[in-house]
Design a protein around this ligand. Sequence first.
Ligand code: FE2
Length: 290
Amino acid sequence: MTGKGKGTDLAMGLTAGQRRLFDRDGFLILDDFVDRAACERLRQRALELIGGFDPDSARSVFSTTRQTDTTDAYFLESGGAVRFFFEEGAFDEAGALVGDKALSINKIGHALHDRDPVFDAFSRTPDLAAVVRDLGVAAPLLIQSMYIFKQPRIGGEVSCHQDATFLYTDPLSVVGLWFALEDATRDNGCLFALPGGHRSALRQRFRRNGDGGVTMDVLNPVPWPDEGYVPLEAKAGSLVLLHGLLPHRSGPNRSAASRHAYTLHVIDATAAYPADNWLQRAGDDPPRGF
Ligand code: FE2
């Protein structure tokens, strides 16, 4: 766990040692990357956005175990929008919200960084641009952002996956930037990753199927191992860097504490972005860099 230098006007990027660790493991945790006040501002802004959301306007649930079933137009059109997805446990059998709206949302996505000024400012900093540069992304495009709540008691699990499954480019280029806005622990559903697993090939590809739905192409049917994962516990303010091929997952949150996180995904504009990727932006609204 390597800290990042602060107190300078120069964007720091990564040291050679940090880069070596990322290349070895496929992930790297940068402690104290953003200050607590910035985390709190983002948390407050997310709650404000939920305050303005009418839960009767959309009942879209996010599930990684039933992904192709729960994907609907509301999800497919969210690539350039700010949309709200519920936890699977948020509704009772009659379809009514069981708890408070603010404690029922699984995530907000997928263009917070382009549609909301607070998220835009958090996402486009010289420090972040320097880190992405040092990961070798030549022409970065901020393609996706998500605010993930991992709500107390009902926070859903995220099954093991590689981010390139969802953000495919040719050649592969996606990098995940995962900000802990609250302490992420084994109790409240922190990430787990397979160290070195980024050196294996892409196993699945999630794409539009041309019929208005989505398909998961299985490129390699070998299931992910049950063991060997390490917990990526992270204090609030930490940034976790994730290689696009790194297998990672997180468990459900049965604790009383939430585990808010913000994730940003960056691709390289020099790579081809397929027209059947699930996330599409309108022609007059292309993704932008830092
Ligand atoms: Fe992921």
